[in-house]
Design a protein around this ligand. Structure first.
Ligand code: OXD
Length: 312
């Protein structure tokens, strides 16, 4: 069995090492630009992250394509140029816990006014601010998939009223559930902290534009851990500067790394992190993908197969 590996960030050797250790009978082929299908035997599986178009020629004979991350947009963008084989995303693999920590921290930081106390401390100001009530802090999670659900659960455990919005209806204990575009405005109008955890699809691109963000109550806060292209950057900035939105914690951006001249960098009410809300844990990921490859080799079913029509 031959397994082709590629990562757009070039950090591939540790992955090759771990796959070779976990699947000792497999040939691990690390793809690099300049490598042609003729230069090695066809591969049975591909394991990729942020592929480049030139890689597609190598995928003609694979039985499945595995992704080294949760998001699938960087692969699905190739559309019909992809072979008609299962595309398999990483299912949790330690990411849900990290996401829940990140979102809980960002929510508590805003709720408990640590952002304001950080500013005060820098100016030598000692000034206890009024206490906020959790009852006034409904957290709304956009996207109730494998990562969104644990985030919602964690926030509920912390005592926040929670609501979730998803494409298809869900029924969750202790959470208000909204489904479909027709309910999005209602969902937003009662949300004080909005957490975006949606996959990037044609429907969710620019979803959070001026009209939608204006539906949030005055003083709302945005946390985006999904994809930058879901938020209209100038609209978010304008609403923060007008005071309608109190601030944002953003982990994802249209262009990454966020370019130096981007105005988000200099907006004090925006907290920026470099796409680290849930990092792929290599050990867990290799173990999960290798187990799925073994199952496929035995003709057994696997989960986390991407639905291409849906886009995630
Ligand atoms: C992602 C990831 O999809 O890091 O953003 O896995």
């Amino acid at each position: 069995m031959r397994i082709l590996l590629y990562r757009g960030d070039g950090i591939i050797e540790p992955w090759a090492h771990d796959f070779a250790a976990r699947l000792p009978h497999a040939d691990i082929v690390v793809w690099h630009k300049g490598m042609t299908p003729a230069s090695h035997a066809p591969c049975d599986y591909a394991v990729v992250w942020a592929p480049v178009p030139a890689l597609l020629d190598q995928l003609a004979q694979v039985k499945a394509i595995f992704l080294m991350g949760a998001g699938v947009d960087a692969v699905l963008k190739f559309g019909d140029a992809l072979p008609h084989v299962p595309i398999v995303r990483l299912g949790d693999a330690g990411m849900a816990e990290q996401m829940a920590e990140y979102v809980a921290y960002a929510t508590l930081r805003y709720f408990r006014r640590f952002d304001e106390y950080e500013q005060q401390a820098r100016q030598g100001i000692w000034d206890p601010l009024p206490v906020r009530r959790k009852a006034d802090f409904t957290v709304g999670v956009l996207g109730l998939g494998k990562l969104g659900m644990p985030v919602l659960h964690t926030l509920r455990q912390l005592g926040f009223p929670v609501r979730g919005w998803s494409r298809s209806p869900k029924d969750l204990p202790n959470a208000e559930c909204y489904a479909g575009m027709e309910s999005l405005d209602d969902f937003l109008s009662g949300t004080r902290v909005l957490v975006c955890m949606l996959p990037l699809t044609a429907e969710t691109t620019n979803l959070l534009d001026r009209a939608r963000l204006s539906r949030l109550p005055r003083g709302a806060y945005l946390i985006n851990v999904a994809r930058g292209a879901q938020v209209a950057d100038p609209d978010l900035l304008a609403l923060i500067r007008s005071g309608h939105i109190a601030g944002a914690t953003l982990d994802v951006f249209r262009n990454e790394p966020l370019p130096a001249p981007h105005p988000f960098w200099s907006e004090p009410l925006i907290t920026i992190t470099p796409h680290i809300s849930a990092l792929t844990l290599r050990e867990e990921a290799v173990c999960q993908i290798a187990t799925k490859i073994e199952r496929l080799e035995r003709d057994e079913a696997i989960d986390d197969i991407v639905d291409r029509a849906r886009g995630y």
